[in-house]
Design a protein around this ligand. Structure first.
Ligand code: GDP
Length: 440
């Protein structure tokens, strides 16, 4: 996420490193580089200019008072300004109605349907809501199918009416159904076009007026940069929406939309999409995002994600197995599945402070566990439970079955062995001993 921007800002802020004090000259040089980094990230020219002017003013004004090194001071100022620019505090969504009606708007392909599913899943799991999804795209039958597939995946019902070509009527019927069946949230997915056009705007505006939703969200593909900002403006003029959803941040190396959209439409970014899976949704926190952009990682989000995936019952089961020396490859697979649910590897690595820079250029597979899984899947159930049975001929067979080298199978077995030993040690009161050992 935002790799290019992070790298350029890092270079820009480097200018001041090693300088004993802030001067007009080195501040001018730094802010010029910062501005260039923002423009390269596809941030609107005016916004970039105002941004760097504020940074410059603050840097020159604060110098005397600050005990920070100039480099650190500049990073702090840029971080604070980025946070402000992206909205300051995080904003939730309004769930006050019964049902609360949430209307999705945006261009075709922006990720509306996917996000409708993600949001339903999020509200169901995190807020114990009972959502209903409503398919209002009357032009593309495939879009209705897609929402049904998503609904099935997350266990949320979907209302659609393929014989009706009036989206307003469908939306109303969906809300009526939600009321009748006790759904406290209704998420309405609407039709998008490839570009802003009058017919689409009229249609979404009609739906909006007819149902008067608690929350109108505008979904936009982060990778489209300035276009995203312009589209947001067009939709906001018609809908006066409540918040922005930025999707596909996982593929956005520049970050221009994330940085400029708030100050152009004066509406907060509420959620971000970071992948195609239903779990790839995050609340947008401007300050955490600023940290990530500046390569400081985002440990808070990382821990939150780990907590979300943590399954207490599963953990207890695993503990028992370890104690009885019964931890096998099936359990190992289960652990991998949990980590995978936290997000793709590259994204997770980016949340570790400093890791982004260290890992730059490394080609981290989206599915870093693919090979390990292939090897484990090539074992028989008996072998998975009893890894000690794996002799040379079995290893050879597994390597062949998984299309990997025997060497990799050996490596995995060794890692598995070490991990099992370590887990046993951690459990048997050895945790304390090990901590002592590590802290030297
Ligand atoms: P809609 O036309 O606005 O309903 O868009 P869709 O929900 O059909 O999404 C268009 C494409 O973008 C699909 O292939 C989605 O899987 C993909 N997509 C949606 N959100 C994300 C995201 O956050 N990250 C990535 N990488 N892909 C996404």
């Amino acid at each position: 996420m935002f790799d290019n921007l992070s790298e350029k800002l890092d270079k820009a802020l480097h200018v001041l490193k090693g300088h004993g004090q802030i001067t007009e000259i080195n501040v001018a040089e730094t802010t010029k580089e910062v501005r260039r980094a923002l423009l390269d990230a596809d941030v609107n020219f005016k916004i970039a200019k105002e941004f760097t002017n504020r940074v410059k003013e603050k840097a020159l004004g604060q110098n005397v008072l600050s005990s920070l090194q100039p480099g650190q001071l500049m990073v702090k100022i840029v971080k604070d300004e980025l946070t402000q620019l992206m909205g300051g505090d995080s904003e939730g969504i309004n769930l006050s109605g019964n049902p609360s009606v949430i209307l999705m708007s945006g261009l075709q392909g922006s990720g509306k349907t996917t996000f409708s599913g993600k949001l339903a899943n999020f509200l169901k799991k995190k807020k114990s809501k009972n959502p209903l999804l409503v398919a209002c795209d009357v032009y593309r039958p495939a879009a209705i199918d897609q929402l049904h597939v998503v609904g099935e995946q997350i266990g949320v019902p979907v209302y659609s009416d393929r014989d009706n070509n009036d989206p307003v009527a469908i939306a109303k019927a969906g809300i009526a159904k939600a009321k009748a069946e006790g759904h406290n949230v209704v998420i309405i997915d609407t039709a998008g076009r490839l570009a802003v056009d009058e017919k689409m705007m009229n249609e979404i505006s009609d739906i909006h007026k007819a149902i008067n939703p608690q929350e109108t969200l505008f979904v936009v593909d982060s990778m489209t940069g300035q276009d995203a900002v312009n589209t947001a403006k067009a939709f906001n003029d018609v809908l006066n929406f409540d918040g922005v959803i930025l999707t596909k941040l996982d593929g956005d190396t520049r970050g221009g939309a994330a940085i400029s959209i708030k100050s152009v439409v004066n509406k907060p970014i509420k959620f971000i999409g970071t992948g195609e899976k239903m779990e790839a949704i995050d609340i947008f926190y401007p300050s955490r995002m600023a940290d990530r952009i500046l390569g400081m990682g985002d440990v808070v989000s990382l821990v939150e994600r780990a907590q979300e995936q943590f399954d207490e019952e599963e953990a207890r089961k695993i503990q028992k197995k370890i104690a009885k020396n019964k931890f096998g490859f099936d359990d190992f697979l289960g652990q991998i599945q949990q980590i995978k649910k936290m997000g793709n590897m590259k994204d997770l690595m980016g949340m570790i402070p400093g890791a982004g820079k260290a890992l730059k250029g490394l080609d981290i597979d989206d599915d870093a566990f693919k090979h390990i899984e292939a090897i484990i899947y090539s074992m028989t159930p008996d072998e998975r439970s009893n890894p000690s049975k794996l002799d040379a001929s079995r290893k050879k067979r597994i390597a062949k079955g998984s299309g990997r080298e025997v060497q990799e199978v050996n490596q995995l077995l060794k890692q598995f062995d070490q991990m099992s030993k370590m887990m046993k040690m951690m459990q048997g009161g050895g945790g304390k001993k090990m901590m002592q050992m590590m802290s030297g």
